[in-house]
Design a protein around this ligand. Structure first.
Ligand code: AP5
Ligand code: MG
Length: 214
């Protein structure tokens, strides 16, 4: 089963994708994570995307489609979770063709609905484990008092360069201008299910499980 988790920055896509990896053995394909890895490894592509990402703008379709193509051709999985991809109509068309080329289908698109006020709080309070990538939040999911990651025991935590109010404004604008048209695109294909992303993490997890169970 291949699914897309769609929603604005901070909607909880990464949090829920990690859960599906753990509980269902699916493979998370987050273009944001792939681009951050490229940035950290200092490759030519990493240098090009670093500035674009810090501002909160979208990286070119060509780059992200290339990243997804490579994964689909090389990784074998019991279902992919597309997290933060596609983000434009060109990316959505490309994904359809790539899956078809691999003899696979797209089975569900889950839109996580949240309001903008909640997103500011979620984004500015987020941190992730530098070792395993577990996502924390100063208010809703704090790092344990002993300073150790609950998943891997790591003690180093990072904050993202684009997790500030200024970049978030641009990220939200990009979402509404370029990504939200995909809601209609997948609705018309009969694939879209909306869920309440404002509920707590476990409740959202249950809603996603119910969609996948259908
Ligand atoms: P990307 O990394 O995809 O970022 P994003 O879409 O802005 O989304 P986030 O990762 O910020 O949020 P999330 O929905 O994963 O939320 P999370 O689970 O972490 O992209 C970054 C940049 O890369 C883009 O701006 C662009 O430049 C580039 N890029 C990436 N993909 C691209 C593409 N396809 N095309 C072009 N450019 C691309 O949760 C957030 C916080 O909330 C956490 O602290 C978490 O603990 C907390 N939380 C989660 N769920 C809940 C809940 N239910 N209740 C309370 N708190 C919660
Ligand atoms: Mg994410």
């Amino acid at each position: 089963m291949n699914i897309i988790l769609m929603g604005p920055p901070g909607a909880g896509k990464g949090t829920q994708a990690r859960n599906l990896v753990e509980t269902r053995g699916m493979v998370q394909l987050s273009t944001g994570d792939m681009l951050r890895e490229a940035k950290d490894s200092g490759t030519e592509m990493g240098k090009i995307v670093a500035e674009v990402m810090a501002k909160g703008q979208l990286v070119t379709d060509e780059i992200v489609i290339g990243l997804i193509k490579e994964k689909l051709e090389t990784v074998k999985a019991n279902g992919f979770i597309f997290d933060g991809f596609p983000r434009t109509l060109a990316q959505a068309d490309a994904l359809g063709k790539l899956l078809e080329g691999e003899g696979q289908t797209l089975d569900a698109v889950i839109e996580m609905e949240v309001d903008d006020a909640a997103l500011v709080q979620r984004i500015t309070a987020r941190s992730t484990c530098a070792h395993c990538g577990e996502v924390y939040n100063d208010i809703t999911k704090p790092i344990p008092a002993d300073g150790k990651c609950t998943v891997c025991g790591g003690t180093e935590f990072k904050r993202r360069a684009d997790d500030n109010e200024e970049s978030l404004k641009t990220r939200l604008m990009e979402y509404y201008k370029k990504t939200s048209p995909l809601i209609g695109y997948y609705y018309a294909k009969g694939m879209l299910t909306k869920i309440d992303g404002l509920a707590d993490i476990d409740t959202v997890q249950g809603e996603i499980a119910a969609v996948l169970h259908k």
